[in-house]
Design a protein around this ligand. Structure first.
Ligand SMILES: Cc1cc2nc3c(=O)[nH]c(=O)nc-3n(C[C@H](O)[C@H](O)[C@H](O)COP(=O)(O)OP(=O)(O)OC[C@H]3O[C@@H](n4cnc5c(N)ncnc54)[C@H](O)[C@@H]3O)c2cc1C
Length: 426
């Protein structure tokens, strides 16, 4: 215990009694023996939820309600600095809180709340002016407002530094024009953190500037994109002559957009793989294997063992990353490794459950715990692309861990305008 930090045991027991008073305890599910919950409750194993606009809004309302209660009781920003509304506690208290909270039902509202609180808020905290931090951090962390990532464009995804959404200065304002795509949660967000091009005459990474764009501003149009798994959590966002005040909306300096983007992507990598599980778990797969009495099948048995072993390796890697963070080290390539393991394990889950279920997976007979798996299979590939594709993560591991030669970057030292001219000619 330090002079300013509560005793960890006292903190834990206070957190526990607050949770018991305000939360709903989760039903425990055994990991050995038949799953007692088979056939009861929800059989949803979706990676991306297939919800209507109204269902999405009510899920978010539940998540907001929980977050606000938690926030107002002092558990919403445990490790954040006091001046930003946090309690300034070490990460060990966050871990205590998480372990206690995980025993309770936490409303799942999909990827928007974690994106907003885990990526946008800390990026604002890292680059915002004092006014901007006051304006955004607390409202986002209390889920009074949401922020999404306006990064990708039709011709700029993995190569994010090639964005062409243009921001042109006009007095004390900027005028934005362009198109963003794959924006998760844009329809329910108040703010979008946009990476724009403000200078075409310098190399591509140097001509970018970041803005917090109010998504209800004139000139912003949001169109949903339907996914193969059924839902429409992604969007296209069109910006047409959107006017923003320089002092209020520019995040970071002019030309600092790449640093802002990298910081945000760094938070994304750290979140991927170690956060709230999505889709079907090993436990669920095992329950299906037991229910259909195929645990004796040598191929399925082998695949289950393989999945178990790889999930353990992923857990240990995540723990190692958490331990190095705890020891004060900056996040390393573990983020990329964790993300790769996470997406590979989601694929393993898809493979083994496909064998277990066979035709039940594609023909909806109404049988509990069968056809629902389609939403895992069709959603899982999305995370091999989101937040940096598997191939891009491998490039990071290759260059930063294995010290392999870097990819050729022919446009590194020429202006973006010149690089565009050359690629048009090629
Ligand atoms: C679930 C999901 C959520 C998303 N949410 C958001 C969001 O909220 N905001 C946002 O801005 N974007 C979002 N995206 C977009 C995402 O960031 C991009 O899809 C991703 O960066 C890949 O870009 P791309 O789709 O343009 O593919 P491309 O970059 O065109 O890649 C096409 C293929 O080429 C491979 N490739 C590309 N470059 C290399 C290389 N250098 N070496 C080897 N292989 C390479 C890729 O791995 C991929 O297989 C989301 C995407 C998904 C799937």
């Amino acid at each position: 215990m330090s002079a300013t930090h509560p005793d960890p045991d006292t903190f834990r027991s206070e957190a526990r009694s607050w949770l018991e008073q305000h939360g709903e305890l989760r039903q425990s599910v055994s990991t050995d023996g038949p799953d007692p919950d088979w056939g009861t409750g929800s059989d949803n194993v979706a990676v991306f939820h297939n919800r209507t606009e109204t269902e999405e809004a009510s899920m978010l309302a539940l998540a907001q309600d929980w977050q606000r209660k938690k926030f107002d009781a002092g558990y919403g920003m445990l490790s954040w600095p006091v001046e930003l509304g946090g309690r300034g506690l070490p990460m060990s208290y966050v871990r205590i809180w998480n372990s206690e909270e995980s025993r309770f039902v936490i409303p799942d509202a999909g990827e928007l709340p974690p994106t907003s609180m885990g990526l946008i808020a800390p990026t604002v905290a890292a680059y915002g002016t004092a006014e901007q931090k006051q304006r955004w951090v607390k409202p986002i962390m209390r889920q009074d407002e949401y922020g999404c990532q306006l990064f990708s464009e039709p011709a700029a995804g993995s190569d994010l530094a090639s964005v062409v959404t243009k921001a042109v200065k006009d007095g004390d304002e900027w005028v934005l024009n362009g198109q963003k795509v794959w924006t998760s949660g844009a329809r329910f967000s108040q703010w979008g953190l946009a990476i724009t091009r403000t200078d075409f005459d310098v190399p591509k990474h140097r001509g970018l500037t970041a803005f917090m764009v109010p998504l209800d501003a004139p000139g912003v149009e949001i169109r949903p994109i339907r996914q193969m798994s059924g839902g429409a959590s992604f969007n296209e966002v069109f910006l047409s002559d959107v006017r923003l005040k320089d002092a209020d909306h520019r995040l970071g300096g002019e030309g600092d957009g790449w640093r802002v983007a990298l910081t945000c992507l760094g938070f994304e990598r750290d979140h991927s793989g170690g956060g709230t599980p999505v889709g079907g778990s090993l436990k669920r797969v095992l329950a299906a294997a037991r229910h259909f009495e195929v645990t004796g099948d040598p191929v399925i048995r082998q695949m289950l063992a393989d999945l178990y072993a790889h999930e353990k390796v992923a857990q240990f890697t995540n723990r190692r990353a958490a331990a190095s963070l705890k020891a004060g080290q900056t996040p390393g390539p573990e983020g990329s490794l964790s993300k790769l393991m996470w997406t590979a394990n989601m694929r393993r889950v898809s493979d083994v459950v496909s064998l277990i279920l066979g035709a039940r997976l594609v023909a909806d007979s109404g049988e509990w715990g069968t056809y629902a798996w389609g939403e895992h299979l069709l959603g899982a590939p999305g995370y091999r692309i989101a937040g940096g594709s598997d191939e891009v993560q491998r490039n990071i591991v290759g260059e930063r861990v294995l010290q392999l030669p870097a990819e050729p970057r022919v446009d590194k030292d020429i202006s973006f305008a010149e690089a565009q001219r050359l690629s048009r000619r090629a």
